[in-house]
Ligand binder design. Structure first.
Ligand SMILES: CCCCCCCCCCCCCC(=O)SCCNC(=O)CCNC(=O)[C@H](O)C(C)(C)COP(=O)(O)OP(=O)(O)OC[C@H]1O[C@@H](n2cnc3c(N)ncnc32)[C@H](O)[C@@H]1OP(=O)(O)O
Length: 140
Protein backbone atom coordinates (compact mmCIF):
# COMPACT_ATOMS: atom_id res chain seq x y z
CA UNK A 1 0.00 0.00 0.00
CA UNK A 2 1.56 3.33 -0.93
CA UNK A 3 1.93 6.25 -3.31
CA UNK A 4 5.47 7.49 -3.85
CA UNK A 5 5.06 11.26 -3.31
CA UNK A 6 2.15 11.32 -0.88
CA UNK A 7 3.10 13.71 1.95
CA UNK A 8 2.04 11.19 4.59
CA UNK A 9 2.90 7.77 3.12
CA UNK A 10 5.16 8.37 0.11
CA UNK A 11 8.69 7.05 0.49
CA UNK A 12 10.05 9.36 -2.25
CA UNK A 13 8.85 12.63 -0.71
CA UNK A 14 11.89 14.09 1.08
CA UNK A 15 9.63 16.34 3.18
CA UNK A 16 7.04 13.66 3.90
CA UNK A 17 6.16 11.72 7.05
CA UNK A 18 6.84 8.32 5.43
CA UNK A 19 4.17 6.52 7.46
CA UNK A 20 3.62 2.92 6.38
CA UNK A 21 0.04 1.71 6.54
CA UNK A 22 -0.82 -1.94 7.03
CA UNK A 23 -4.09 -3.79 6.60
CA UNK A 24 -5.61 -5.95 9.34
CA UNK A 25 -8.95 -7.24 8.10
CA UNK A 26 -11.04 -4.19 7.21
CA UNK A 27 -8.92 -2.01 9.52
CA UNK A 28 -5.64 -0.24 8.77
CA UNK A 29 -2.86 0.87 11.08
CA UNK A 30 0.49 2.65 11.11
CA UNK A 31 3.11 3.72 13.64
CA UNK A 32 4.56 7.21 13.80
CA UNK A 33 7.41 8.62 15.87
CA UNK A 34 7.09 12.31 16.77
CA UNK A 35 10.30 14.26 16.22
CA UNK A 36 11.30 17.89 16.78
CA UNK A 37 10.55 18.72 13.12
CA UNK A 38 6.88 17.78 13.65
CA UNK A 39 6.10 20.34 16.37
CA UNK A 40 3.96 23.44 16.60
CA UNK A 41 4.15 24.46 20.26
CA UNK A 42 7.45 23.46 21.91
CA UNK A 43 7.73 19.69 22.34
CA UNK A 44 4.17 19.14 21.07
CA UNK A 45 3.29 17.53 17.75
CA UNK A 46 1.56 19.99 15.43
CA UNK A 47 -2.19 19.40 15.15
CA UNK A 48 -1.88 19.47 11.38
CA UNK A 49 0.50 16.53 11.50
CA UNK A 50 -1.93 14.65 13.76
CA UNK A 51 -4.77 15.52 11.38
CA UNK A 52 -2.81 14.46 8.29
CA UNK A 53 -2.03 11.07 9.84
CA UNK A 54 -5.66 10.49 10.82
CA UNK A 55 -6.90 11.67 7.41
CA UNK A 56 -4.51 9.31 5.66
CA UNK A 57 -5.63 6.38 7.80
CA UNK A 58 -9.23 7.17 6.84
CA UNK A 59 -8.26 7.14 3.15
CA UNK A 60 -6.47 3.81 3.49
CA UNK A 61 -9.63 2.09 4.77
CA UNK A 62 -11.43 2.36 1.41
CA UNK A 63 -8.13 1.80 -0.44
CA UNK A 64 -7.99 -1.51 1.40
CA UNK A 65 -11.36 -2.26 -0.29
CA UNK A 66 -9.93 -1.21 -3.69
CA UNK A 67 -11.91 2.05 -3.55
CA UNK A 68 -10.26 5.39 -4.34
CA UNK A 69 -11.77 8.22 -2.28
CA UNK A 70 -11.28 11.80 -1.23
CA UNK A 71 -12.09 13.14 2.20
CA UNK A 72 -15.35 15.09 2.07
CA UNK A 73 -15.48 15.73 5.82
CA UNK A 74 -13.04 15.17 8.68
CA UNK A 75 -13.82 15.83 12.35
CA UNK A 76 -10.98 15.53 14.82
CA UNK A 77 -10.91 15.57 18.62
CA UNK A 78 -7.50 16.34 20.08
CA UNK A 79 -7.48 14.67 23.50
CA UNK A 80 -3.89 14.83 24.81
CA UNK A 81 -0.78 16.40 23.27
CA UNK A 82 1.60 14.07 21.43
CA UNK A 83 5.06 14.78 22.84
CA UNK A 84 8.36 14.74 20.95
CA UNK A 85 9.87 11.29 21.40
CA UNK A 86 6.52 9.50 21.62
CA UNK A 87 5.55 6.76 19.20
CA UNK A 88 1.88 6.61 18.37
CA UNK A 89 -0.26 4.05 16.62
CA UNK A 90 -2.92 5.24 14.19
CA UNK A 91 -5.80 2.88 13.45
CA UNK A 92 -8.91 3.25 11.31
CA UNK A 93 -11.90 1.12 10.43
CA UNK A 94 -15.12 1.54 8.45
CA UNK A 95 -18.34 2.17 10.35
CA UNK A 96 -20.69 2.38 7.34
CA UNK A 97 -20.16 1.45 3.71
CA UNK A 98 -22.49 2.81 1.05
CA UNK A 99 -22.04 2.85 -2.71
CA UNK A 100 -20.44 6.31 -2.78
CA UNK A 101 -19.91 7.19 0.88
CA UNK A 102 -17.66 5.35 3.35
CA UNK A 103 -17.82 6.43 6.99
CA UNK A 104 -14.59 5.83 8.89
CA UNK A 105 -13.42 6.21 12.48
CA UNK A 106 -9.76 6.58 13.40
CA UNK A 107 -7.77 6.82 16.61
CA UNK A 108 -4.24 7.75 17.63
CA UNK A 109 -2.87 6.22 20.85
CA UNK A 110 0.57 6.17 22.44
CA UNK A 111 2.42 3.06 23.55
CA UNK A 112 0.79 3.22 26.99
CA UNK A 113 -2.61 3.07 25.27
CA UNK A 114 -3.43 6.70 26.04
CA UNK A 115 -5.84 8.21 23.51
CA UNK A 116 -4.20 11.20 21.81
CA UNK A 117 -6.80 12.01 19.15
CA UNK A 118 -9.77 10.52 17.36
CA UNK A 119 -11.45 11.25 14.04
CA UNK A 120 -14.59 10.59 12.06
CA UNK A 121 -14.43 10.97 8.30
CA UNK A 122 -16.75 10.88 5.32
CA UNK A 123 -14.86 9.44 2.37
CA UNK A 124 -16.39 9.97 -1.10
CA UNK A 125 -15.70 7.26 -3.66
CA UNK A 126 -14.33 8.69 -6.91
CA UNK A 127 -15.54 7.41 -10.24
CA UNK A 128 -12.95 6.41 -12.84
CA UNK A 129 -13.67 9.71 -14.62
CA UNK A 130 -13.07 11.70 -11.42
CA UNK A 131 -9.86 9.76 -10.76
CA UNK A 132 -8.62 10.47 -14.28
CA UNK A 133 -9.46 14.19 -13.90
CA UNK A 134 -7.33 14.25 -10.74
CA UNK A 135 -4.49 12.35 -12.40
CA UNK A 136 -4.88 9.31 -10.16
CA UNK A 137 -3.65 6.18 -11.88
CA UNK A 138 -5.01 2.80 -10.81
CA UNK A 139 -4.27 -0.66 -12.19
CA UNK A 140 -7.90 -1.78 -12.52
C1 LIG B 1 -4.42 4.59 -6.39
C2 LIG B 1 -3.63 5.19 -5.39
C3 LIG B 1 -3.06 4.21 -4.43
C4 LIG B 1 -2.19 4.78 -3.21
C5 LIG B 1 -2.76 6.09 -2.65
C6 LIG B 1 -2.03 6.49 -1.42
C7 LIG B 1 -2.24 7.97 -1.20
C8 LIG B 1 -3.53 8.25 -0.48
C9 LIG B 1 -3.70 9.72 -0.32
C10 LIG B 1 -4.87 9.98 0.60
C11 LIG B 1 -4.95 11.42 0.98
C12 LIG B 1 -5.89 11.59 2.15
C13 LIG B 1 -7.29 11.92 1.69
C14 LIG B 1 -7.39 13.39 1.34
O1 LIG B 1 -6.91 14.23 2.04
S1 LIG B 1 -8.20 13.78 -0.13
C15 LIG B 1 -7.90 15.56 -0.28
C16 LIG B 1 -8.89 16.34 0.56
N1 LIG B 1 -10.22 16.25 0.00
C17 LIG B 1 -10.56 16.92 -1.11
O2 LIG B 1 -9.78 17.60 -1.73
C18 LIG B 1 -11.98 16.74 -1.57
C19 LIG B 1 -12.50 18.01 -2.23
N2 LIG B 1 -13.93 17.88 -2.50
C20 LIG B 1 -14.38 17.28 -3.63
O3 LIG B 1 -13.62 16.86 -4.47
C21 LIG B 1 -15.85 17.21 -3.79
O4 LIG B 1 -16.50 18.14 -2.95
C22 LIG B 1 -16.41 15.80 -3.46
C23 LIG B 1 -15.82 14.75 -4.45
C24 LIG B 1 -16.16 15.37 -2.02
C25 LIG B 1 -17.93 15.82 -3.66
O5 LIG B 1 -18.14 16.26 -4.96
P1 LIG B 1 -19.58 16.66 -5.46
O6 LIG B 1 -20.25 17.53 -4.46
O7 LIG B 1 -19.42 17.14 -6.85
O8 LIG B 1 -20.29 15.33 -5.36
P2 LIG B 1 -20.33 14.17 -6.44
O9 LIG B 1 -21.18 14.61 -7.62
O10 LIG B 1 -18.98 13.63 -6.77
O11 LIG B 1 -21.13 13.11 -5.60
C26 LIG B 1 -22.34 13.50 -5.16
C27 LIG B 1 -22.70 12.61 -4.03
O12 LIG B 1 -21.78 12.75 -2.92
C28 LIG B 1 -22.51 13.29 -1.79
N3 LIG B 1 -21.67 14.17 -0.98
C29 LIG B 1 -20.85 15.12 -1.40
N4 LIG B 1 -20.25 15.71 -0.35
C30 LIG B 1 -20.72 15.10 0.76
C31 LIG B 1 -20.49 15.24 2.13
N5 LIG B 1 -19.64 16.13 2.61
N6 LIG B 1 -21.15 14.44 2.97
C32 LIG B 1 -22.02 13.51 2.53
N7 LIG B 1 -22.28 13.33 1.23
C33 LIG B 1 -21.63 14.11 0.35
C34 LIG B 1 -23.64 14.05 -2.45
O13 LIG B 1 -24.71 14.24 -1.56
C35 LIG B 1 -24.02 13.09 -3.56
O14 LIG B 1 -24.75 11.98 -3.08
P3 LIG B 1 -25.84 11.30 -4.04
O15 LIG B 1 -26.78 12.37 -4.44
O16 LIG B 1 -25.09 10.72 -5.22
O17 LIG B 1 -26.48 10.23 -3.19
Amino acid sequence: MGYDYCFVCGDKNPHGLKAKFNADGDSVWASFHCEERHIGWPNVQHGGITSALLDEACAYVPLNMDLVTVTAELNISFKTPVQVGETVRIEAHPTKVNKRLILVEATMVNQAGELKASAQAKMLVLSKTQQAAMGIETQA
